[in-house]
Design a protein around this ligand. Structure first.
Ligand SMILES: C[S@@+](CC[C@H](N)C(=O)[O-])C[C@H]1O[C@@H](n2cnc3c(N)ncnc32)[C@H](O)[C@@H]1O
Length: 366
């Protein structure tokens, strides 16, 4: 071995021809990350099957159960079920001790249909239509989604907003505790793209005598009405159906304007215009609340935010990743001050900003 050998730790017999490029081929990186992605596909469908079969709900009411007994209870093939149960153990959703299976706390909380923060019905709808994923390469080639969710928005958003209601109500409730809505009676709320109105409900339940203008598309707005009625709040809400880019909005009239998970589907121009409309509708001193799933500014440290951006790209006409830098820039270019980011519950971040009284309010309808 010569002293100026570039890789003195390798034997002299090592040549590129025989063993390939040193380090790259001699000590290859593990293939695990590729397998993780390949098996991620199966993992997703195993979870969907477990929810469809009612495995989590069946285990909720009992302690440790043998797979055969559970198979009898569910009326399914015992050897097949055991494989699924073992996979669920590897995901951390079940524990198995001495062949008895039981729920972990994660499954109790998120995967039982009556769990305190159930995501059971979200699992199927959250990724968007399956076909848009199988067609992703074509979407990237053409820059166009073949069957965007906007083609039949109510069909997509109906199940989605049912599935996200409980979580968003908790986010709103926690945010309200921080912002002190209970100490501020009579708030006037504007909720654009409200879904089942978790944000309005969160505010109306904390702030006495407050009222809300609740907006969503035809086909969804009635679901919001039904949910408000169920919570005894129908009389304090005005349902204003229609496209949030076009519906008339009173200028300078609201104490709180909510954009809850609506900006990421809109693309930059329409998201900014929507923010402008909401800000214009606020009275000076009113609060803009913008909740979404954001990516980090380098687009690499928060895989959840990056993946959410891809999910938007895969299934919507204009949706894309939202970085904090981008959204913060949009907010600070408006008549807003005290822009801050709050995380009322894990994974759910919310920008809160106050309408300044320094700029004049634009005429209504802009
Ligand atoms: C992801 S959901 C969010 C629901 C609710 N704001 C929340 O935070 O849970 C998006 C909502 O925006 C509504 N939406 C989408 N485009 C809209 C539009 N152009 N005008 C009004 N509502 C719209 C959808 O129907 C859906 O209810």
């Amino acid at each position: 071995m010569t002293s100026d050998s570039p890789y003195p730790e390798l034997k002299k017999t090592h040549t590129m021809a025989r063993k390939g490029r040193p380090w790259r081929d001699y000590k290859p990186p593990p293939s695990g990350p590729v397998w993780t992605i390949i098996q991620g596909y199966g993992s997703y469908w195993i979870l969907v099957a477990a929810i469809d079969l009612g495995i989590f709900d069946a285990l909720e009411s009992q302690g440790g159960v043998e797979s055969r007994a559970l198979a009898d209870q569910l009326g399914v093939s015992a050897p097949h079920l055991q494989h699924v149960l073992d996979a669920l153990v590897t995901f951390g959703f079940l524990d198995q001790v001495n062949n008895l299976y039981e729920l972990t706390e994660t499954a109790e909380r998120y995967l039982c249909s009556k769990g305190p923060a159930s995501m059971a019905s979200l699992v199927k709808v959250a990724p968007g239509p399956l076909q848009n994923w199988t067609d992703l390469a074509q979407t990237i080639r053409t820059g166009k989604v073949a069957t965007p969710i906007e083609g039949d928005a109510a069909a997509f958003y109906g199940p989605l907003v049912q599935a996200t209601f409980a979580t968003q109500l908790r986010v709103a409730g926690r945010l309200g505790l921080r912002l002190g809505w209970a100490r501020r009676p009579g708030l006037k709320v504007l909720d654009l793209g409200a879904g089942l109105a978790p944000w309005s409900i969160g505010i109306l339940e904390q702030s006495q005598g407050s009222t809300a203008v609740v907006n969503d598309l035809p086909g969804i707005i009635d679901l919001a009405g039904a949910k408000l009625a169920e919570r005894g709040l129908k009389a304090r809400a005005e349902l204003r159906g229609g496209d949030f880019h076009d519906i008339p909005l009173e200028a300078g009239a609201y104490d709180v304007a909510v954009l809850g998970h609506v900006c990421r589907t809109e693309g930059e121009a329409r998201a900014r215009s929507l923010i402008s409309r909401a800000v214009n509708a606020l009275a000076p001193g009113g609060a803009l609340i913008l909740a979404d799933y954001f990516a980090d500014n380098d687009r690499k440290h928060n895989p959840f935010g990056v993946q959410m951006g891809l999910t938007m790209l895969a299934s919507t006409m204009r949706g894309a990743m939202l970085t904090h830098e981008q959204v913060h820039g949009w907010l600070t270019s408006e008549a807003l001050e005290a822009v801050r980011l709050v995380e009322p519950i894990g994974f759910n971040q919310v920008y809160v900003a106050i309408k300044t009284d320094k700029r004049s309010v634009k005429p209504s309808g802009t």
